[in-house]
Design a protein around this ligand. Structure first.
Ligand code: GLY
Ligand code: MN
Ligand code: MN
Length: 444
């Protein structure tokens, strides 16, 4: 069976060896003997006694698929079986975490504890030989370990995270499939004239996700709302006239995310053609993805293609160069082409030149580009070009040569549809890429 279809659990043993090796290197660089990785503490709401939804430390999730277990500690000592101090609070307000179970447990020396004092007993006695990795808001959670998140070690771990293991790739393939189930149900709800609010729940139901389990808040945008990059509301009523739908929604599998956008026309054939053109443009960009490509160049190429699109559909006129130089493409496509994806939706390391902490700046004028690196095999990233009517950006063109290049009548045509974005998740290969998202949509 090809590893493309392997279950994550089958691939986990090799993953854990890769994770150990990278932590060995991080410890060596930091001159330390043990890495102690804190899963995190829930955060209290100001002046209240309930918690924000818990988000586990991504460094912890990289070791094992536990996304909802606060106050756990993973201890890695080179050459030893890693220790998991598994905190199972005796709590009658909440359901305590279940006993450890799953494909990962044989790889750890698991110590189930029920009190905070018990945690301390399982940590290495030589605290000065430890580095602690995690979000330590309260010193009590550091148990007297003084070196917290040393850059020397963190840089190695962050840089390494961009190259996914076979296990991680399997999780992310599955995360695309899980999200696509939601996307299909959402499109159906849109066709049935449902409100954003109902479309959102149709998505969650089909992806079998609660809202808090989603990798990011769903973007469920009808009509003009499609032009708001991270539109965060869910209108309770459907608009009287339904024109367009943009959905940017992902799913989570063992802590790994997908991040997928689709755009739809309700019935207008011209807007449907506009989406089809954007879809073709997106596929052309996907076909450029391979190891060795500088992602900045792909982002610049996107601007050229957006310039072509603007001219073809009549939104603007002028040469490709002049539309770019005068900021017209940026007004219609103000985001970056994509970003690294993994445990975090905007995964760490997008600007890292090496594992020593050197970075690659964004090109000036491209403030929302989140990936400036040269692509390497087994990186996973998004390709998400879009074209939107954002009046505040078009107004910025006033008084510049760009203003005369914009066709106001055509902008007025597009405005009620908002705009469109197509976003896939792709894995870089030596000579191309694997598109997790299109593969998932192609399944019955
Ligand atoms: N869903 C957020 C993004 O596409 O980056
Ligand atoms: Mn994205
Ligand atoms: Mn997205």
């Amino acid at each position: 069976m090809s590893s493309n279809y392997a279950e994550p659990g089958q691939l986990y043993p090799a993953h854990i060896e890769a994770i150990k090796a990278r932590h060995d290197r991080a410890l060596e660089k930091a001159g330390a003997g043990h890495a102690v990785i804190f899963s995190g503490a829930p955060k209290l709401v100001f002046l209240d006694d309930y918690y924000y939804p818990f988000k586990a430390n991504p460094h912890f999730v990289g070791w094992l698929p536990l996304t909802a277990t606060p106050f756990c500690y993973l201890i890695h000592t080179p050459g030893d079986v890693p220790v998991l101090v598994y905190y199972q609070e005796k709590d009658y307000w909440h359901t305590p975490p279940a006993d450890p179970q799953g494909y990962w447990i044989d790889h750890f020396d698991i110590r189930v504890v029920h009190t905070v004092d018990d945690i301390a007993r399982h940590l290495p006695h030589a605290r000065d030989k430890c580095i602690l990795i995690g979000d330590i808001g309260d010193e009590a959670h550091a148990f007297s370990i003084e070196r917290v998140n040393p850059a020397s070690a963190i840089n190695i771990l962050h840089y390494a995270r961009s190259e996914k293991t076979g296990y991680e790739l399997a999780c992310m393939r599955a995360a695309s499939r899980r999200a696509v189930r939601g996307h299909r149900a959402a499109e159906e709800a849109f066709r049935a004239r449902k409100a954003e609010y109902e479309i959102h729940f149709a998505y969650c139901r089909a992806a079998k996700h609660t809202e808090n389990e989603l990798p990011y808040g769903n973007i469920i945008a009808l009509n003009e709302n499609s032009a708001i990059m991270h539109y965060q509301h869910r209108a309770r009523e459907a608009p009287a006239k339904i024109r367009s739908f943009l959905i940017d929604a992902g799913a989570n599998v063992h802590g790994y995310a997908s991040d997928i956008t689709r755009s739809y026309s309700f019935e207008d054939s011209e807007f449907r053609e506009f989406i089809d053109r954007l879809d073709a443009l997106q596929l052309e960009l996907v076909s450029e993805v391979k190891a060795g490509v500088d992602f900045k160049d792909l982002h610049f190429l996107t601007h050229r293609k957006i310039a072509d699109l603007l001219v073809t559909v009549g939104l603007a006129s002028g040469s490709v160069e002049s539309l770019i130089e005068n900021g017209v493409t940026t007004a219609f496509f103000p985001t970056g082409l994509g970003h690294l994806l993994g445990i975090q939706v905007h995964d760490v390391g997008g600007f890292m030149q090496d594992e020593s902490g050197n970075t690659i700046d964004r090109p000036s004028g491209h403030r929302w580009l989140r990936l400036t690196r040269t692509l390497e095999v087994d990186q996973v990233l998004t390709i998400e070009p879009g074209c939107y009517v954002i009046d505040m950006l078009l107004e910025n063109l006033q008084g510049t040569p760009g203003a005369a290049m914009v066709n106001r009548d055509k902008v007025d045509w597009l405005r009620p549809f908002g705009g469109a974005r197509i976003e896939d998740n792709v894995r870089v290969l030596a000579d191309g890429c694997e598109n997790f998202t299109r593969a998932a949509f192609a399944e019955p």
